[in-house]
Design a protein around this ligand. Structure first.
Ligand code: FES
Length: 99
């Protein structure tokens, strides 16, 4: 279900806003001019991925530095882990997320 989640102007390049959609905390990042959404709760020990650090499209959890690909959710620290990602679209300066 597509939901209007944030104003594009409120998300700085390289940063995220965290929104609650359908009972889930979802981090919406702006990286390299595009928007990406993923589950904000780190699968390791529940750290806040929305407060993580970006290097290109690689997101590092602020708690124990597991790293994730923003596009795919693939974790490069634990190869069997894939964080849930969500489709994103931009309409008239509003960011929509499909949960
Ligand atoms: S909680 Fe994210 S790496 Fe540990």
């Amino acid at each position: 279900m597509w939901t209007k989640a944030a104003k594009a102007a409120d998300i700085e390049e390289g940063k995220a806003v965290v929104v609650s959609l359908g009972g889930k905390d979802i981090a919406i990042f702006k990286a390299q001019g595009n928007f990406y959404a993923l589950d904000s709760v780190c699968p390791h020990r529940g750290g806040p991925l929305g407060e993580g650090y970006l290097d290109g499209l690689e997101l590092t959890c602020p708690w124990h530095a597991w790293t994730f690909d923003l596009k795919t959710g693939n974790c490069s620290t634990a190869a069997d882990v894939r964080q849930k990602t969500f489709p994103v679209k931009l309409e008239r300066d509003e960011v929509w997320v499909d949960t």
